[in-house]
Design a protein. Structure first.
Length: 165
């Protein structure tokens, strides 16, 4: 059935467009990403401070990838494609957060205005890499674009296979 692959490709393209056209804020999905991100900090509360600060972004990207792996194991390629697109959107969201590490202008949950709660400012500051903020943000954004392309490519592959069957 080719319709599901057309729908998958359309959803990937729509999510990619929404991700990059809205500076990363997508109603419904972005608030959910925020909940997953903050939950990640709680999941990493046992870890050293640096890893706990990374835990939000790690969880935000890892959750859709772990769920995608579960659906891949079940051979549900449609779900895998949609979840890869969600992971790509999350990567772009993280890239925006990384890019803000020096300026710290994003409105953050629980931030008192001092920037003390800005994960990526603290992470890159601890690592002595604040001067690399733009390069790191661009690398994460590039990974987002690549993952969107992979998701779209899998939809096209599914479409081609369905046409041959």
């Amino acid at each position: 059935m080719t319709l599901q692959w057309v729908v998958a490709a359309a959803l990937v393209v729509a999510l990619a467009w929404a991700t990059f056209a809205t500076h990363g804020w997508i109603p419904i999905l972005s608030p959910f990403d925020l909940v997953v991100h903050e939950t990640g900090h709680v999941l990493f509360v046992w870890a050293p401070t640096l890893l706990m600060q990374m835990g939000g972004s790690i969880t935000q990207v890892a959750l859709p990838l772990v769920i995608a792996a579960c659906f891949w194991w079940r051979r549900d390629d449609f779900a895998v494609i949609i979840l890869l697109a969600w992971a790509a959107e999350s990567l772009n969201n993280v890239s925006i957060y990384v890019a803000d590490a020096q300026d710290m202008v994003l409105s953050l949950v629980g931030d008192d205005g001092s920037g003390a709660g800005h994960d990526w400012h603290n992470i890159l500051g601890t690592l002595g890499r604040l001067e690399s903020t733009d390069a790191i943000a661009n690398a994460v954004r590039t990974a987002s674009v690549i993952l969107f392309i992979v998701a779209a490519g899998l939809a096209v592959l599914g479409f081609a296979r369905a046409r041959r069957a």
